[in-house]
Design a protein around this ligand. Structure first.
Ligand code: CIR
Length: 258
């Protein structure tokens, strides 16, 4: 197993008003989003992950995307500083759950003018962490994060994010030097040392996958990516993500994994 625990937050009814900067496919259906979220939790659980489910927060439409307000590692956690005003308070609201699991460990925080969202943080093996410089994560945020990570022997490499929301909207790490890449990250010099699994055109959304170490969770309906993963020796588990994709959310965004 690459992680044994996960924190998720049930979508609130307000999820229909989540930020939609990219997808432009209409509003999510609340009931269907709930069902998809339920299937997500069930799949994690089936794969041996102990899932903690936090209560929905009506005042925060994007609060089910718990990956963004915190970043968690084995030995420390960081409360981030989401860039968009409607997501700012999520940092305070995730804190109690982080304090619960990191009671005997150090918890840090990114502060203004630094901004950083967890969707931009992609740890790989060997104590190396890639962090996207995006519309949501700025230089000051990355500088703060780099200093925190250095205390734990981790190196941060900054990668520009130009065409997608977060770094992990464009690439996710599958372990063993295998990197799923789409769009701007295909053959990118930033990732030249990885064994790149190139997502076929038209299936970019499915680049955002989770390797549990016990099977890869991927969005349903992307046969090219499924084939790519299967050919590389991964067992896949598909989840319908139709409603979260309408508000730019991928699989990784829906959990904190540690
Ligand atoms: C947002 O725009 O903030 C949300 N609608 C989607 C957040 C997706 N999070 C992620 O990729 N880690």
């Amino acid at each position: 197993m690459l992680f044994t625990k996960a924190i998720v937050r049930t979508p609130a009814k307000s999820v229909i008003n989540g930020i939609d900067d990219y997808a432009n496919e209409g509003k999510p259906d609340y009931q269907l989003a709930l069902k998809e979220h339920h299937d997500y939790v069930a799949t994690l659980t089936k794969l041996g992950v102990a899932v903690t489910t936090l209560k929905p927060l009506e005042d925060y439409p994007d609060s089910c995307f718990v990956e963004d307000p915190a970043v968690v590692f084995d030995d420390f956690a960081v409360i981030t500083n989401p860039a968009r005003s409607t997501r700012q308070k999520e940092r305070e609201l995730i804190r109690p759950a982080i304090e619960h699991f990191y009671a005997d460990k150090q918890i840090f925080a990114i502060t203004s003018p630094g901004t950083l969202e967890g969707g931009d943080v992609m740890p790989v093996d060997n104590d190396l962490i890639y962090v996207g410089r995006s519309a949501r994560t700025n230089r000051a945020g990355i500088d703060q994060f780099t200093k925190i990570a250095a205390k734990f022997g981790k190196t941060v490499k900054m990668v520009p994010v130009k065409q997608v929301l977060h770094l992990k909207t464009g690439t996710t790490y599958m372990g063993n030097n295998k990197l799923l890449v789409s769009g701007e990250y295909i053959d990118s010099p930033y990732f030249k040392d990885f064994d790149q699994l190139r997502v076929p055109a038209g299936e970019d959304y499915a680049v955002n996958c989770i390797n549990t170490g016990n099977g890869v969770i991927m969005p349903a309906g992307f046969p090219g990516v499924k084939g790519l993963l299967t050919d590389n020796g991964f067992t896949t588990h598909e989840i319908n993500m139709s409603e979260f994709s309408k508000i730019d959310g991928g699989l990784t965004c829906l959990s904190l994994r540690f």
